[in-house]
Design a protein around this ligand. Structure first.
Ligand SMILES: [Zn+2]
Length: 279
């Protein structure tokens, strides 16, 4: 599932190809992708509009249009956006649910095998000028930062395991399974630690690890796992999977102490960690 670094990589790609371009057509073949609106409504609200900016909060993308509307895109589990400059030369991949045509003849195709991904248009903006739905999300570690004070406030009274809090989009937006495990490892805190037992020093390390890990992952254009369901706008896989310290590395030596990496279960969750280095 794409997390902040993958969605940010897609955002940067989209910004390059789409800002200043006019949307000339929309072809929707997957009804579930546009479940909040009909394909006809989406098409009529988008056609003829020019994209003025591409923003992201957590795992959500928002394309700002010249009439004050936003096109919100959520990739969810397996959604991919692909930019195709010569559409006639490249047949549509299986599971292509939306094709958006731009005024330079290129296409942005939305491929989504599991069909949890979503597109919708809204003109309801929150105070920050982003779609109103975004106000339910916690701070974005890249654009808002993760101040230690904020993280401490949000974790102090929670009895849930740390990983459950880190992946709760209302606590911090954009973190999922992969980066939660990597952040906990870097901060040397177990992902199943109860939030209300964290010391201020541990919370400080978590805030700092969040910023460091996510920035590094964005520089390497995100993580593609074995199924390669995450690809960037040009169809390329990411590079950060080679830098994972614990995620998916059960039994391999911990990069710090050499003990085998564990795969632990708590509640319905699974996490990778070093039970020697992480307390
Ligand atoms: Zn270790």
């Amino acid at each position: 599932m794409p997390e902040l670094p993958e969605v940010e990589t897609v955002r940067q790609g989209l910004e390059t190809i789409i800002v200043g371009r006019r949307i000339t057509g929309l072809d929707v073949s997957g009804k579930r992708t546009v479940r909040r609106q009909t394909a006809a409504e989406l098409g009529s609200r988008l056609s003829g509009r020019t994209v003025t900016a591409v923003r992201r909060r957590g795992k959500y993308l928002s394309l700002e249009l010249d009439d004050g509307q936003f096109l919100v895109i959520h990739l969810r589990m397996t959604g991919q956006l692909l930019h195709v400059t010569q559409p006639s030369l490249l047949p549509k991949a299986p599971h292509t649910h939306v094709v958006m045509t731009l005024d330079d003849g290129s296409e942005v195709r939305f491929v989504d095998q599991r069909t949890f991904g979503e597109w919708y248009v809204t003109d309801e903006a929150g105070e920050d000028g982003l779609p109103a739905d975004f106000s339910r999300l916690g701070p974005d570690p890249l654009s808002d930062g993760v101040p230690v004070r904020v993280l401490r406030q949000r974790l102090a009274n929670r009895r849930s395991p740390l990983k459950a809090a880190l992946t709760d989009q209302r606590v911090v937006a954009g973190i999922g399974n992969i980066y939660a495990d990597e952040i906990c490892f870097r901060a040397r805190v177990r992902p199943d630690r109860r939030c209300d037992t964290l010391t201020s020093e541990e919370t400080r390390r978590l805030a700092s690890a969040t910023a460091t890990i996510l920035r590094h992952a964005i520089r390497l254009r995100g993580s593609s796992l074995r199924d390669q369901s995450y690809r960037d706008l040009m169809g390329e896989i990411g590079g950060y999977q080679a830098r994972h310290q614990v995620y998916g590395r059960v039994g391999e030596p911990c990069p710090l102490c050499g003990s085998p990496v564990s795969r632990i279960r708590f509640g319905a969750r699974v996490a990778y960690c070093c039970e020697v280095c992480q307390q």
